[in-house]
Design a binder for this molecule. Structure first.
Ligand SMILES: Nc1ncnc2c1ncn2[C@@H]1O[C@H](COP(=O)(O)OP(=O)(O)OP(=O)(O)O)[C@@H](O)[C@H]1O
Ligand SMILES: [Mg+2]
Length: 335
């Protein structure tokens, strides 16, 4: 009965998981779960679990079940998906949605299979996989059904994917198993080397988001953070500037640029010409880093622009993909 059938798009990300139906984003939660170790029982999910990160006794484990866009802990992922499906299904006890869920382009068949099994086990009626970049392109309304080239770069927390698409399929793509978390790591290393102070990932991420940039900025900002002296272990504050964060991020950003270059190298020249005309769309949380559009525009020689919905285009596109299944079918990854 129509009342009990529902379609859902899911973006299972390293940092954030999102669920959407046709009208709205139903769930947007960190991909984190807190588990009671002895009983192997889930005690918190999403934001609530994230707030426990690094602040719990040994009896509770707070875990991110995905790494670099792929499932690292199958059971926790399945439990998380089951919980989220339950939450959107509300009181409809027999509700079993049809789901399209995104996976990075460059994953192995075993990794894809794990996502497929997990979402079925979690309670969906039917499941389809879609490459993250293809979902993103649908979510930002790129004209990928035409025989001309469209390029998307997804800068996620655990992975960075660049892809060129035409005729509803991927022509060339590469997934780099590094993302926003690696930018945070580069900031941690920079602060340790330069000041002998150890800071945590959450602090490094705040520096990146509040004062960070991919290229030098006209106005320098600064921010004081608390760390631990590497030698004495005692608390020590340190003040960082925008310029320092730019410097810290150069190496990991070089890898991102290299990844995009490799994709362009593999792309037929006619499609490259289209992309030069149309530009390359940037999405994912990392696309919000100040100046990353400028950096990519300069280093690739193609205008790069931030899309309107960088955080939600993948889940919106995954939802749309269900209705387009008969067209997309031959280009979707096999489970
Ligand atoms: N304003 C900002 N500046 C820089 N980075 C940001 C900003 N906002 C969010 N981020 C980063 O974006 C990342 C999360 O983005 P997103 O939700 O797209 O990742 P994800 O989909 O969970 O990961 P993946 O696609 O790699 O599996 C985090 O690393 C976060 O630090
Ligand atoms: Mg993502």
């Amino acid at each position: 009965m129509a009342l009990f059938s529902k379609d859902l798009g899911i973006d299972l990300g390293t940092i954030n998981t999102r669920l959407a139906d046709g009208s709205q984003i139903l769930i947007d939660e960190p991909t984190i779960v807190a588990i009671e170790v002895d009983e192997q029982k889930m005690v918190a999910v999403g934001k609530e679990a994230r707030d426990m990160y690094g602040r719990v006794p040994d009896s509770i484990e707070v875990a991110r079940p995905l790494r670099h866009g792929v499932i690292a802990d199958y059971e926790i992922t399945e439990a998380l998906l089951a919980y989220l499906l339950q939450r959107v299904s509300g009181s409809l006890r027999f509700f079993r949605p049809r789901v399209m869920i995104s996976v990075p382009y460059g994953v192995t068949s075993v990794e894809r299979r794990a996502v497929y099994e997990a979402i079925l086990e979690a309670g969906s009626r039917e499941a389809y996989l879609i490459q993250q970049s293809l979902a993103a392109a649908l979510g930002i309304d790129l004209p990928i059904g035409s025989p001309s080239g469209n390029m998307v770069i997804c800068l996620g927390g655990g992975a960075t994917e660049a892809a060129v698409m035409a005729m509803y399929g991927i022509v060339s793509a590469e997934t780099l198993r590094a993302g926003g978390l690696d930018l945070d790591e580069a900031i941690i290393n920079y602060v340790r080397r330069k000041y002998g102070v150890v800071i945590g990932q959450v602090t490094a991420e705040q520096l990146k988001i509040k004062i960070g940039a991919a290229v030098p900025q006209d106005t320098e900002q600064s921010m004081e953070v608390q760390g631990q002296d590497q030698v004495t272990g005692l608390p020590r504050p340190v003040t960082l500037t925008t310029g320092e964060i730019v410097e810290a991020l150069q190496d990991p950003l070089k890898d991102v640029i290299e990844n995009c270059r490799r994709v362009l190298e593999k792309t037929p020249p006619e499609l490259v010409a289209d992309i030069i005309d149309r530009g390359v769309a940037l999405c994912g949380g990392g696309a919000l880093l100040r100046g990353v559009d400028k950096l990519l525009t300069k280093s690739l020689g193609i205008p790069a622009y931030l899309v309107d919905n960088p955080l939600t285009c993948v889940v919106e596109g995954a939802y749309r993909g269900i209705g387009m299944y008969s067209i997309l079918r031959r280009n979707l990854p096999m489970a």
